[in-house]
Design a protein around this ligand. Structure first.
Ligand code: ZN
Length: 402
């Protein structure tokens, strides 16, 4: 609890994190000294705030530019908005397989510094690298293996988009990558293995052999679940390949799986956390509570089948509704995404919506323009400025929401 109505400011909390959150609230409420030429102090309004996070997992996913100052600012901003996890999906240099990443990858030293910074700010960094698909995409380190040497082709499906999970050498190669990530992230409690949009998976002659490719995928996911669990780390994956595309029961929801998706889902270890992502406009997916029923049928499906679920929105569209859904229906929390867009005012709004509203108090509502003469981007700019001050950023090329 934060009480500024008494002669001395009083903070009461059950943990150090609570004290930190109270200080964040106080800083967010502080107003610069008024009526002087140069402000030298702040005025704290008189308030009594007795609050706590409603969802225990409040994560922000980062997959944007690799400039270290941007990543540091995102980590600091996430902590300021009371997220407690930061999923970093950026290519990192690898000692054992340097050929896997581009020269622009983050150095291990940089990542270790981010992990340490997170510890100081009360936000835990989670590594994110794909064990299945997205090998053609920059989000997972970029597909440069095949561009360098055709001999690497046996590790991947013919298009290069997914790992060839039937090849033990490919599994071993991915193990090396995951292991190095877990080392550099200082044995994190979670690992995000992605597994989304695994297009053209299972297309090679080895994967097609014997049929029932879904069993190979389930074994692959469970193998890496066990690999992480041996290091006291819990694995999470995106949901879309686990549900039949556009099945009538969830038509319109995000789904990329084939006819065997149900069998695949059934065979996956229930310790794996499902990150359910839904980015389109809320109206497409979210029905206001009616007869006690809410939208997001895939969330209900995964919960009914025994999985822990994190809800993932992007921008503002689905985020508040996903937070409310998680809160009212036993979700583990939220994992707010920003993708490659954390460089404009709209995407910074994502942090505002994902942290302070959806994760902290899912039943609250973010203010919008219709609430009166306010412009939410301006409000957010003020907090971005606070973080810029902390980092010593003065360069106009780096200030503001860019
Ligand atoms: Zn294959």
């Amino acid at each position: 609890m934060l009480d500024t109505t008494t002669p001395e400011i009083v903070i009461t909390a059950s943990s150090l994190a609570g004290v930190r959150y109270a200080l964040c609230s106080m800083r967010q409420l502080a107003e610069s000294e008024r009526g002087v030429a140069r402000a030298t102090s702040f005025v704290i309004p008189q308030v009594r705030m007795d609050d706590f996070p409603q969802l225990r997992f409040r994560g922000l996913h980062y997959c944007d530019k690799l400039e270290p100052w941007r990543i540091e600012r995102a980590i600091r901003l996430a902590a300021y908005f009371k997220f407690n996890y930061f999923v970093l999906e950026c290519p990192m240099e690898l000692k054992k397989h340097p050929e896997y990443v581009k020269k622009s990858a983050l150095s291990q030293e940089q990542v270790r510094r981010f992990v340490q910074l997170g510890k100081e700010l009360g936000i835990t960094l989670i590594p994110c690298v794909s064990i299945f698909g997205h090998q053609s995409s920059i989000v997972s380190g970029g597909q440069i293996l095949l561009d360098q040497d055709p001999a690497y082709a046996s590790l991947l499906e013919p298009t290069g988009s997914s790992w060839c999970i039937s090849n033990p050498a490919a599994v071993e190669y991915v193990e090396d990558i995951v292991s190095e990530y877990l080392d550099v992230y200082d044995n994190p409690p979670y690992f995000h293995a992605t597994c989304d949009e695994a297009y053209n998976a299972g297309s090679c002659s080895l994967c097609r052999k014997g049929g029932e490719y879904w069993k190979k995928v389930a074994n692959h996911i469970n193998h890496f679940r066990d690999f992480c669990a041996a290091r006291n780390c819990r694995m999470m994956i995106w949901h879309d390949m686990l549900v039949l595309k556009d099945a009538p029961a969830w038509k319109g929801s995000t789904s990329n799986g084939n006819k065997d998706a149900g069998k695949l889902r059934g065979a996956i270890n229930r310790d794996v956390i499902i990150c359910y992502w839904e980015y389109r406009f809320a109206d497409h997916h979210y029905r206001a509570p009616k007869d006690g029923v809410m939208g997001f049928p895939l969330f209900d499906l995964f919960r009914k089948e025994g999985f822990d679920v994190l809800n993932s929105g992007w921008f503002y569209d689905t985020t508040p509704a996903l937070g409310e859904k998680a809160f009212k229906n036993g979700g583990l929390g939220i994992l707010q995404t920003t993708w490659h867009e954390l460089n404009n005012s709209g995407s910074y709004h994502t942090i505002y919506a994902g942290g302070s509203t959806s994760g902290w108090n899912p039943l609250a509502r973010c203010p919008t323009v219709s609430d009166g003469p306010i412009f939410t981007v301006d409000i957010l700019n003020r907090y971005v400025r606070d973080v810029n001050y902390d980092m010593g950023i003065r360069d106009p090329a780096k200030t503001g929401t860019k």
